[in-house]
Design a protein around this ligand. Structure first.
Ligand code: SF4
Length: 296
């Protein structure tokens, strides 16, 4: 049986950058305590590895407790709302900003259109950390939707509107909602005016959407696919969906212990892949375990 790790899998460049900043900050820490606000990425294995190096994960409520301590606090790739920066400043806490540059660009775009008076419509999950950051830059005066139905119910089509997306949402659904918004705005406004009424920015991250085509091919080429990701990973859910639609013999695992030898009974080829937050080193361990399981 041949076991292959998807050569396009592993951390996206935004996560690589965040992890590098975290490691560098830990190395230079000297006598300072290094904290991160929320889990660094949605992958418990990588969180564990960095915690062993001294990184401490804290919640937003715990930020207050660091006042007067000799500490640095990292901002993770998802970004934070302006209120977090203000609070840290008031408390005299030093921040290390590891927000993914794509997320920063997205926040700047929301801020610009909000200040120009646009209705902000975000395709995303209300409580996802990236969306909490986006909501913060427009004082929560925005509409967050996840479906065409919600778009119809919540969007005011008489207003000038900006439509964009959380970076890791489903590409096909984003474009379906875009088409619906365009059709509704064209109904209400003349064709010449509709482009002024509705500005659409495709802010889906190419590190996620760009993997789709390859992932389908990879899932087709293997008898069984093992998809490794943290259960809370948003892009993990989207990419797993693509794999399982293409190959029904796709299994989602977070922990090596979840592997079941029965899955490989009739397989000649097994492919291992994962989310943009799945570390390569963990996929190597999954590969070794499958090889052992199948030679017992
Ligand atoms: S998925 Fe894209 S937006 Fe998110 S951290 Fe990676 S590169 Fe940045």
């Amino acid at each position: 049986m041949k076991v292959t790790i998807d050569e396009h899998s592993g951390f996206c460049w935004g996560v690589v950058r965040t992890v590098e900043i975290a490691e560098q900050t830990l190395e230079e820490a000297k006598d300072k305590e290094i904290y991160i606000l929320g889990q660094i990425i949605h992958n418990p294995k990588e969180v564990q590895r960095l915690e062993q190096k001294g990184l401490k994960t804290i919640s937003h409520n715990e930020l207050q407790t660091l006042k007067g301590k000799n500490a640095k606090v990292l901002i993770r790739a998802h970004g934070e709302p302006p209120s977090t920066y203000r609070l840290a400043n008031e408390l005299g806490i030093e921040l290390v900003d590891a927000t993914c540059p794509l997320v920063t660009a997205l926040q700047n775009r929301v801020r610009k259109f909000y200040l120009e008076g646009y209705q902000i419509v975000i395709f995303g999950k209300q409580q996802h950390p990236e969306v909490i950051g986006l909501r913060g830059v427009c004082n929560d005066e925005c509409i967050v939707i996840q479906s065409e139905q919600e778009a119809l119910e919540k969007v005011d089509f008489s207003k000038k509107t900006l439509f964009l997306s959380q970076t890791t949402m489903d590409k096909h659904l984003f474009h379906k909602i875009r088409q619906l918004l365009e059709a509704k705005v064209k109904e209400l406004h003349s064709y010449d005016n509709y482009r002024e009424q509705l500005v659409v920015k495709d802010t889906l991250c190419r590190a996620v959407t760009g993997r789709e085509e390859h992932l389908r091919k990879f899932a087709q080429e293997n008898d069984v696919v093992i998809f490794v990701a943290g259960k809370n990973s948003s892009n993990g859910k989207s990419l797993f969906k693509i794999c399982s639609e293409t190959n029904p013999n796709t299994y989602f695992i977070e922990e090596i212990e979840e592997l079941d030898s029965n899955w490989f009974a009739n397989a000649q080829t097994v492919g291992i892949t994962g989310a943009t937050s799945t570390p390569r080193w963990y996929m190597e361990q999954v590969k070794e375990t499958i090889e052992k399981l199948c030679h017992q």
